[in-house]
Design a protein around this ligand. Sequence first.
Ligand SMILES: Cc1ncc(C[n+]2csc(CCOP(=O)(O)OP(=O)(O)O)c2C)c(N)n1
Ligand SMILES: [Mg+2]
Length: 579
Amino acid sequence: MSSSSVGSAGAAINPLYAALRRSSQKDGQGIDHVLARHVEGASHMAEGYTRTRAGNIGVCIGTSGPAGTDMITGLYSASADSIPILCITGQAPVARLHKEDFQAVDIATVAKPLTKMAMTVLEPAQVPGAFQQAFHLMRSGRPGPVLIDLPFDVQMTEIDFDPDTYQPLPVYKPTATRAQVERAMDLLAEAERPLIVAGGGIVNADAADLLVQFAELTGVPVIPTLMGWGTIPDDHPLMVGMAGLQTSHRYGNATVLASDFILGIGNRWANRHTGGLEKYRRGRRFVHVDIEPTQIGRVFAPDYGIVSDAGAALELFCQVARERDAASELPDRSEWAAECADRKGTMQRRTHFDDVPIKPQRVYEEMNRAFGRDTVYVSTIGLSQIAAAQFLHVFQPRHWINCGQAGPLGWTVPATLGVVTADPSATVVALSGDYDFQFMIEELAVGAQFNLPYVQVVVNNSYLGLIRQAQRGFDMDYAVQLSFDNINSPEMEGYGVDHVKVAEGLGCKALRVHQPDDLLPALERAQKLAAEHRVPVVVEVILERVTNIAMGTELDNVTEFEDLAERGEDAPTAIALLD
Ligand SMILES: Cc1ncc(C[n+]2csc(CCOP(=O)(O)OP(=O)(O)O)c2C)c(N)n1
Ligand SMILES: [Mg+2]
């Protein structure tokens, strides 16, 4: 089997690169390598690679000193979202570590709080054990990243190691007991308006099918979190919306507020999902299932907690539900589910606007038209990402790939390259605001060099839009503008950076759209260009500079800045059509 690594070379990691080179020459059996243009980019590529398929672990490699510190953001983003990546750094020779050698930073200490293990291997004979432990930890319990730091002389030393008899350590995953699941089912049975909150732990456990089975068996509607989006298809009758302050649906929030019980599985009660806890908790009971014992009770004390891998718990939940169903002991939830479905069918936001410059809502409407059910979306943060979660549709797990907790700008391009590397046959569409795109735009060259085709939508409002909107509360518009007169591209009309020229300069194809009716043809053409040239294709959409996207501070006070949908034609690509 061949596997993939990304990174950027440097003197202190050359011995490892020498071994990689020998490995990659082994005719499809070795480890491939993709050379990143920025080492932070390598760390996000590794994340994208991991997030694409169950069992994947992306490996990012850098030299000593600044390469390690560059990758810290990737370690943060990975640990925050429970994503295993292996980060390998070069280091000064062991005898020089205390002497302030060139580029000898104590990266293991720097990385410690962001990893499950961060280790400078001081003895060459410990190298196999360090890697064995790394994979054991990355895969066990709550998954997360590991950093292994290899001093130059440790890399150079020959040791005895027999790969033929090497055995990975068993992976540890706690499992719910039957008694625990029975107890949770009893609490569920006592509720009148129950919901399941489905988190990213279900994606990590590869257990979306079990979630849907359990929801169908019990008839209990599901609210996916942003990290769990796709665990139940958007058009499933029991998918009743996302809840939260930003990346949420009006009907999702209304349904959470109408509920009297929530079974959270593989979720972490993120503050942008719950909003104020007083409002979120009042009038409802909670059961929390999580793989990490110390997550239970971290945000608030649930009425009942179960420490379990989401998949193992859902197996048991399905089993108990099936038995109770056979004994006619399951409550009928059809009226409550119909009420939730009714909200989904009526509480929609308007997307159909003909304005020029284009309003962002229209972009997502056209993306829904252009891209099919199998599309894998990748995004980071900003008004762009928030609106995407409100308006796009996701039908499968791992088809919304997002750094939910950390949200580092610049993540989208490199993470998407990792996704395409992991699944070259997938239809991949990335979405960036102009600022996110500019943070790590140089990685486009990696896509051009290594033939990693995808469609990169850039919604350009020439603003740090989310921060501009947040500054309304301070009555200011300060240091958030990206606009200037570009002396080389007067056609940008004050929007500043000419993303089309930059993308072309980096070896990609690029289109620019000004008119709403040109969006669909441009998105379709971009897909064709990607397939033809096998490089990233950028679609830059010139947006209205100021559009506020719906958000709030509590589930019941989300401000709607635009008109709501009243007729089907106002939101023609919504899942449940009006009229
Ligand atoms: C590294 C980093 N710095 C700052 C932020 C804070 N931040 C979040 S969104 C945002 C603005 C994003 O602008 P853009 O990508 O153009 O998206 P828009 O909101 O305009 O759609 C900023 C500065 C961040 N998330 N990451
Ligand atoms: Mg912007």
